[in-house]
Design a protein around this ligand. Structure first.
Ligand SMILES: [Zn+2]
Length: 387
């Protein structure tokens, strides 16, 4: 068994965890914010470099000894991932999304580690470098969230689809495998880009969504970014009401995630509380989430788990009601009846204090498994072992 693992999660921050597997100590954690309107890939490189340096300093370790102890590095990233190692497309909500990146995490992380070793005047042998590079494994953020959820649910036979409703929407799938492990059978689904039926408010306002590729896909209709686009571009009285609140929040100099959260609190209401803006926001968001949840439910998983920034209890309740309406008694399964749906569609297990770090905790759970696995056990294509 290897001695330590690293987990990295990229959202609007880069979260970092290091865990020594030889003891029971808590993981070492760091977090750095990605500045807005910067070159996304260049910033990721710079921030991971800084995080690796922080780790070396905090452990007072020799870089070559430290990186040779790493049994697994798991990176969670939003966007399109190829071969569990490269980022092909970055999320649409980033302002530099039009650029086509090609960020090979295995090469980049290996290069950063080698730079630190060189700076100490040491050399890193080619076999050790190749071993580290081979241990870098990339998943998309919804899969990391699903892995976190599995670590908390501990179902005897896991079978759920996790809907991450956050900056955008995507799904992670966890199922029981033939050999007793739990796996995410499709590592990088992009179900958030399925096409949506418009909500009445959007239809009346002429709002067509913000996805540069599909306009009105689920992602294009409910990314946090889409709320701003509605407010700026439409003459809807409802969206104009939201604009007044946005102006107030901006006058308080809120920006980034703090601004998103405050606007969502107004539009959706805090968890379990009615929204100050009235019921339109919950109806709008749940209209889109319920369509995707309904389609996922037709694949017949035992549970649909809804997590992420917009997964407030009032949104989840509205999603359940709409799914039952969509089903309209066919298929006549308990999951899509008005009582059965409350057991079928559930909130994620993350406590309020954990909701901000689900991705890095999910990546850490996968990293520990990969470091402990026997050779060959973690290499099946298109499977991410999450338990
Ligand atoms: Zn799209």
């Amino acid at each position: 068994m290897e001695e330590a693992v690293i987990a990295v999660a990229i959202e609007d921050r880069v979260d970092f965890m290091y865990r020594d597997l030889s003891g029971l100590g808590k993981p070492t954690k760091f977090s750095l914010t990605i500045p807005e309107d910067t070159d996304y890939c260049a910033e990721i490189h710079r921030l991971i470099d800084e995080l690796f340096r922080k780790l070396v300093r905090s452990l007072a370790a020799s870089p070559v000894a430290l990186f040779n102890r790493i049994g697994s590095v798991v990176v969670s990233v939003p966007g399109v991932v190829k071969d569990h190692r490269s980022l092909l497309q970055i999320p649409l909500w980033n302002s530099t999304a039009a650029e086509t990146p090609y960020f090979d995490f295995a090469e980049e992380l290996c290069g950063i580690a080698q730079g630190l070793i060189k700076a100490e005047g040491k050399t890193w042998s080619a076999p050790d470098r190749a071993k580290f590079r081979g241990r870098v494994f990339v998943v998309n953020d919804a899969t990391a969230c699903a892995a976190f959820e599995d670590s908390r649910r501990k179902d005897e036979k896991p079978d759920f689809i996790y809907l991450k409703v956050h900056n955008g929407i995507n799904v992670g799938i966890v199922q029981d495998s033939y050999d007793g492990t739990a796996v995410s059978a499709k590592a990088h689904p992009e179900a958030g880009h399925g096409l949506a039926l418009l909500h009445k408010l959007d239809y009346e306002a002429g709002f067509k969504g913000v996805c540069p590729f599909h306009d009105r896909c689920y992602e294009g209709m409910i990314a946090a970014h889409s709320l701003y686009a509605r407010i700026v571009d439409t003459r809807s009285p409802v969206f104009n009401g939201w604009k007044r609140r946005l102006d107030e929040l901006q006058a308080q100099e809120l920006c980034g995630q703090a601004l998103d959260n405050a606007l969502l609190d107004y539009v959706l209401g805090e968890d379990g509380r009615p929204a100050a803006a009235g019921g339109d926001g919950v109806d709008l968001i749940s209209h889109y989430v319920s369509q995707l949840a309904y389609h996922m439910s037709l694949l017949a998983p035992k549970h649909i788990v809804i997590g992420g920034r917009m997964a407030r209890s009032q949104v989840i309740s509205a999603v359940r009601q709409k799914m039952v309406k969509f089903a309209n008694n066919y298929p006549q399964r308990d999951e899509l009846t008005s009582t059965g749906v409350t057991r079928h569609v559930v909130a994620g297990h993350a406590a309020k204090s954990e909701k901000d770090t689900i991705e890095v905790q999910g990546a850490l759970a996968i990293a520990v498994l990969r470091a402990k696995a026997k050779p060959g056990e973690t290499t099946r294509p298109n499977l991410v072992i999450v338990r």
